[in-house]
Design a protein around this ligand. Structure first.
Ligand code: CAO
Length: 574
């Protein structure tokens, strides 16, 4: 028979007004026994509230951002059982509301009364025992699970004087972190475990020399003193002077792992590294961060009040990997983001994938390649006359004849004679790969960003072929029809901004190529011929190269050969 039960916030160690930071289930969802329902956080602890039994989530009574206290209803759970056996009940309290069945949860779980009684007994015992200095064992209290927990940090070295309630170690399971407090004031004389050990209830972890102590007090008993029926004064004192205590909230023989904990910021500082300490994050996220070796202080939290979520860690790792791919060194100072809206109206536009890939390629080249750029003008007066003569034939052929096919062809010839300019470095700089082919990339400006299709075997193609291919690839690029293959295998790149304008620019080498030619806008200029100034059409060229491979002499010779070829196109067929 299906019954409805109210799942309530259990005793959360006295934390009033803890905030619901994540709701992990949705109405109608089938949940398993112990599946986490919500994550709540107080200023001292983060904890996941598990389901006390399997069932189907009915109504959710809390939302992210709500402040909850012990006894507040989290959700209504429909389950096929008539209730939860008291002995197997987990910490969220399951209680009736009008007609809903009551599920008894041991009082020591729900309201701390039993715990407080125990604590009171321990307290009484402590006060009735003679106070003599002695060595006491520190053992792990009831963790509410047979699976144990990782002891992630020893918080006080041997020889440290501690006050009763000071945190000694930090434990973490998948679901919670907790500190084990000192059961009495004294000095830690010995550690019997190391960080990284898995511990269970009863594991002997340390010895403490105490001056005024009960014969035997486990940390759990001491911790429990802070939880329930202690006197108001004692509670007040504890709030002021004592670090938060650990509270274990599962009955003996309870099923599954169950830790409720309060973790003091101070202890977490020691546990997670000083810079991670003040970061607002739950135990599972802290654990994951440690596994990744990430300092949480580096991660921007997107959860409520800047809480670091698992997704934030994943994003951080993805970004770190991506930045490795771009070759940007992690140590590079970053440019701080600005709040531009402070200065006026703004609009944020998502960048195209091409823009982002280009940016990454530019950074990689800029950071890896020592660039040198050499400039020269090619006198293309004759070429321009020839080009004009070809225009009627070009229109018959259905192609546009611009200076670019001539420039590509001239580059192919110059590269044949200066093959270093079309080589690539390999083996970490040990080897130079010389290429016997001549595929040249051509930068194309498209609305979606800059792309560089590659024209194969430029050295073997006619000016007409090249003119047709330039037009075809440019169109494909603008229609986003280029295939990955169309953009691979280049040995050298030509970036022509001639049609756009500008006297010249310093192009960035398209790695792993070692050189790139930037072409500016041709202009008619007076050139002194020894007797008079005559008008000549000059084409500004800028050759950028990787100075690890190409030295100034190589670059200069290549550029001279290129300008000579462009000045006298007949030479291209030689
Ligand atoms: N000087 C003067 N005029 C030039 C010229 C130059 N260097 N280059 C081309 N022109 C002229 C052409 O002759 C044509 O005029 P006509 O039709 O009268 O002959 C006109 O400018 C338009 O040319 P085009 O741009 O259509 O053709 P193209 O062959 O010169 O270039 C392409 C093709 C795809 C390379 C070009 O359109 C393009 O996208 N260039 C941009 C490359 C780029 O963005 N580089 C920067 C990369 S780094 O940020």
């Amino acid at each position: 028979m299906m019954t409805e039960q109210l799942i309530k916030v259990p005793d959360i160690g006295g934390a009033e007004g803890a905030e619901v930071v994540e709701v992990l289930v949705a109405p109608g969802e089938s949940i398993e026994l112990e599946q986490s329902l919500v994550v709540i956080e107080s200023d001292k602890a983060s904890m996941e509230i598990p389901a006390p039994q399997a069932g189907i989530v009915g109504e959710l009574r809390v939302a992210v951002g709500d402040a909850v206290s012990e006894g507040d209803v989290i959700l209504v759970l429909a389950s096929s059982s008539d209730g939860v056996d008291a002995d197997s009940a987990m910490a969220p309290s399951v209680a009736d509301e009008s007609s809903t069945p009551v599920t008894e949860v041991p009082p020591e779980l729900l309201d701390g009364t039993g715990a407080s009684e125990s604590a009171g007994q321990a307290d009484q015992q402590a006060h009735s025992e003679p106070s003599t200095p002695e060595i006491i064992d520190i053992t792990i209290p009831d963790l509410g699970s047979d699976q144990g927990a990782d002891l992630v940090e020893i918080l006080v070295p041997v020889g440290t004087a501690v006050e009763e309630g000071d945190s000694l170690v930090l434990l973490e399971s998948d679901k919670a972190s907790m500190e084990v407090p000192a059961p009495a004031s004294g000095t830690v004389t010995e550690w019997l475990v190391e960080a990284g050990t898995t511990v269970k209830e009863g594991t002997l972890i340390a010895r403490l020399a105490v001056s005024h102590a009960p014969q035997s007090v486990s940390p759990s008993e001491s911790a429990l003193q802070g939880m329930g029926a202690e006197s108001e004064q004692a509670g007040a004192d504890r709030e002021v002077s004592q670090p938060p205590s650990a509270r274990l909230d599962s009955p003996e023989g309870g099923q599954g792992e169950r830790l409720l904990a309060q973790a003091s910021p101070t202890a977490l500082a020691q546990a997670a590294g000083a810079d991670s300490a003040m970061v607002y994050a739950g135990p599972a996220v802290r654990k994951l961060a440690r596994e990744f070796g990430i300092s949480l202080s580096q991660v921007k939290g997107t959860g409520s009040r800047g809480r670091v979520l698992k997704e934030d860690l994943h994003r951080f790792v993805a970004q770190a990997l991506a930045s490795d791919n771009t070759g940007s060194a992690a140590s590079l100072p970053t440019v701080p983001e600005q709040d531009y809206a402070r200065f006026g109206a703004i609009e944020s536009i998502t960048r195209s994938r091409i823009d982002k890939v280009t940016a990454a390629n530019m950074v990689r080249s800029w950071l890896n390649v020592p660039h040198v750029t050499q400039f020269d003008d090619a006198d293309i007066s004759e070429l321009e006359r020839f080009r004009k003569d070809l225009k009627p034939e070009a229109s018959q052929r259905g192609v546009r004849i611009t200076p670019l096919p001539f420039i590509l062809k001239a580059c192919a010839v110059a590269l044949r004679d200066h093959p270093k300019l079309k080589s690539s470095l390999a083996d970490n700089g040990e080897t130079l790969v010389m290429k016997r082919y001549c595929h040249i990339g051509m930068a194309v400006d498209t609305p979606a960003g800059l792309v560089v299709p590659v024209i194969r075997d430029v050295d073997k193609k006619s000016i007409w072929d090249l003119a047709a291919e330039v037009a075809e690839l440019a169109e494909k690029a603008r229609d986003k029809k280029l295939k990955p293959d169309d953009m691979q295998g280049g040995v050298f790149t030509v970036s022509s901004l001639g049609a756009v304008g500008g006297r010249g620019f310093t192009p960035i080498v398209n790695t792993p190529e070692v050189a790139i030619l930037g072409v500016g806008r041709a202009a008619v200029q007076p050139v002194w011929d020894g007797e008079v100034f005559r008008p000549h059409t000059l084409l500004p060229l800028a050759l950028s190269y990787d100075h690890r491979v190409v030295n100034g002499g190589d670059g200069g010779r290549f550029l001279s050969a290129l300008t000579a070829l462009l000045a006298d196109v007949k030479r291209m067929v030689m």
